[in-house]
Write a protein that binds this ligand. Structure first.
Ligand code: IVH
Length: 665
């Protein structure tokens, strides 16, 4: 039988060709029905085998009317994710953190963490008007037609206390019974099986034909309400009302007033969940009071008022077949264990990360060993131990490679770092392609190509670095195998659009080591143009809040390298944004220049994070602890007594939020 990969490739080829016949030649050779059938077949395969994902697949291509049925919608409230914890100790830490920050009574609502795909439901005047997937948290796909088919999503809410505009967040789930029935049917038709109910639910939600969605019996479970005028000031009370309006709120929700009650809940549900009709993978803890939630605010990734506790990961034992090595875009070489396939928490595991040489040595791994595999917080499972008792014949000891698996260059290891690097950053194809792949990602320049196309363009000699993308010509692209005019135009259009991507994202796209999204934003605020950043010294860089020595060294090393300077120069010539936008600049000022401000307590007018941004935008420095260098303490309610005492002793001025805002006027 042909491999799944070949099947996927063949379907993609056929669909590309039919698209071309239809759109370019206006001479379709198959019926719409047949086209839809092929497309569905491809999408099912892609869902079941996410490892073959390609953003250029006809199923996801932007600009093709046939496939692009989902309109992207910006979430009015971003869809954040939660910090995961794995032990009672970490739950206790969370509890104490909240207690310290609030310094007043609080309650925690415990809920089950349902393992499906997140959804945002908008109800206007009680009517369901929109259902949007999480997407990247900021923007998602409008899947309203499909969600309307889910039986326990009410189309109209019941009751006269429903606010005029409300967003309901929840999870779309495929119950075990529907999952088993679906896979049975697929097995009979020799179609690939879904690995777990989560994949099945998210795949189903993205289907083109809502009749098929309806037949697959999805369910919803909702876990939060958002809006400007929510009926109650407590999460628990709002959810109770939501249940009364007809939304499916789990009965497992419980309000707890002590850590002991929380731990009881965790123990109880670790067992009871196994009898539920749907998959759960943990418990979500939430501070109940909405005012307290707002006061606690969020970090750049997670809310501070909530965490997820994940139930213990299942373990599996399997044989280590071989070890291979992967090179990342920064040249870091990671060992990967190839395993005898084994089922673990609903998915088949074939590979596991081995992190670095120290980890490999610590495990005393030999080829052929029986190893314990676990799924932690990461998607890639890890090897947690070796069953030495099971050794019969001792295989070769796993020794770390000393050469780059791609270009053969001897690897180097920096002092104090566990990772080995391939130093050939300019010549090692994997690194070059990795940097280009990073450059085009959604959070960076958002250019509509994926690894396969990067590979193709690289192999054809059309690109040697990301700046070459801006020189690509229509004829070169349209002449590529399986491309055609539509694909060429789409890519060129997407490249053109990337020229308006704001400076901070361009900075992130450059791929400077240790400069992630948040760091790029901080640098862009502090150095509103690339010239200022390129000239900054290590001292000037570490003066920026949260920029440490390691990042500063990496930034200066980048701009000291003539090759990178030339790369930036060429990007600049092509019209990319290398200064902060007018709008971002307008919000900036020097009003707090030279001032170090500590934020303490909880606030009414803005969140702590908003105050942080304001300090940064106005040239100030935000620091976490009071010292003799502190100029002001921006104090809210319940400022920590230790901070206050220290402030008084050092004579630091304590100001309230009103005064702070006046300083910015
Ligand atoms: S609350 C800002 N509650 O878990 C907090 N999430 O990383 C928003 N999930 O993708 C999430 N059950 O879709 C919350 N009872 C529950 C949940 C839940 C499942 C999912 C959610 C999100 C992920 C959190």
């Amino acid at each position: 039988m042909e491999s799944v990969r070949q099947q996927i490739e063949m379907l993609r080829r056929q669909l590309h060709e039919h698209n071309y016949n239809y759109y370019v030649l206006s001479q379709p050779t198959i019926s719409d029905f047949e086209f839809d059938r092929l497309m569905r077949q491809l999408m099912d395969l892609e869902t079941a085998y996410p490892e073959y994902h390609d953003p250029n697949s006809p199923s996801v291509r932007v600009g093709s009317d046939v496939n692009n049925n989902f309109i992207q919608v910006t979430h009015r409230f971003p869809m954040l994710s939660l910090q995961n914890t794995y032990s009672e100790g970490e739950v206790a830490d969370f509890y104490n953190r909240v207690k310290r920050a609030l310094n007043e009574e609080f309650e925690i609502v415990c809920e089950l963490k349902f393992d499906g795909t997140s959804i945002s439901l908008v109800y206007e005047h009680g009517r369901l008007t929109r259902a949007v997937t999480r997407g990247d948290g900021r923007k998602g796909d409008d899947v309203t037609a499909n969600v309307r088919t889910i039986r326990n999503v009410p189309l109209v809410l019941n009751g006269n206390d429903v606010p005029p505009y409300i967003e309901v967040r929840g999870e779309i789930l495929m119950p075990w019974s529907s999952f088993d029935a679906l896979n049975k049917e697929r097995a009979e038709q020799e179609e690939p099986l879904f690995a777990n109910p989560r994949n099945a639910a998210s795949g189903t939600l993205k289907m083109q034909d809502s009749r098929v969605v309806a037949s697959r019996k999805l369910e919803s479970c909702v876990y939060s309400l958002l809006g400007d005028d929510l009926p109650a000031r407590s999460h628990f009370d709002n959810m109770t009302l939501a249940r009364k309006w007809g939304l499916n709120v789990s009965d497992a929700m419980r309000r707890c007033s002590t850590p002991e009650e929380v731990f009881d809940y965790l123990k109880e549900w670790d067992i009871a969940r196994k009898n539920l009709p749907v998959i759960t993978d943990g418990v979500v803890l939430k501070v109940d009071s909405l005012i307290q939630q707002r006061n606690l605010g969020a970090t750049s990734k997670f809310p501070r008022w909530s965490i997820a506790f994940k139930f213990n990961a299942e373990q599996a034992v399997t044989r280590l077949e071989s070890v291979s090595y992967q090179v990342g875009r920064t040249g870091a070489v990671t060992p990967v264990a190839n395993l005898d396939p084994v089922l673990l928490s609903g998915t088949t595991v074939k590979r596991a990360s081995l992190y670095n040489e120290d980890a490999v040595l610590a495990l005393d791994l030999h080829i052929g060993d029986m190893v314990y595999v676990e799924k932690g917080g990461e998607i890639i499972p890890k090897i947690t131990g070796v069953d030495k008792e099971a050794r019969f014949l001792l295989g070769d000891k796993v020794a770390f490679t000393r050469k780059c698996p791609d270009c053969g260059t001897p690897l180097v290891r920096n002092e104090d770092e566990a990772a080995y690097y391939c130093p050939n950053s300019e010549g090692c194809p994997t690194q070059i392609k990795g940097r280009i792949e990073h450059f085009v990602t959604r959070k960076a320049m958002n250019i509509a190509i994926g690894p396969e196309t990067v590979n193709l363009l690289y192999d054809k000699g059309l690109i040697r670095d990301a700046a070459n993308l801006y020189q690509l010509r229509f004829e070169e692209l349209a002449g590529l195998e399986r491309w055609g005019e539509t694909s060429a135009n789409n890519l060129l259009e997407s490249i053109e659009q990337s020229k308006s991507v704001p400076y901070e994202r361009v900075l992130y796209a450059l791929g400077v080591r240790f400069v992630g999204e948040t760091v790029a934003q901080k640098l862009a605020q502090a150095f509103p143009g690339i010239d200022q950043l390129a000239q900054a010294t290590v001292e000037q860089l570490v003066a920026v809040d949260e920029i440490g020595e390691r990042i500063a060294q990496s930034v200066t090393a980048y701009f000291a390298d003539p090759l990178y300077c030339d790369f930036v120069r060429r990007l600049r010539q092509n019209g990319l944004q290398f200064t902060l936008s007018e709008e971002a600049l307008a919000a900036k000022s020097d009003k707090l220049k030279g001032l170090t401000i500590v934020i303490s307590g909880t606030f009414e007018l803005h969140s702590r994070d908003e105050y942080k941004v304001m300090i940064l935008q106005n040239g100030g420095k935000n620091s976490g602890s009071v010292s003799k260098n502190t100029d002001y303490i921006l104090a809210g309610e319940n400022m920590g007594p230790a901070k206050l005492e220290k402030a008084l002793k050092l004579g630091v001025k304590v100001i309230d939020e009103q005064t702070f805002l006046e300083m910015l006027q």
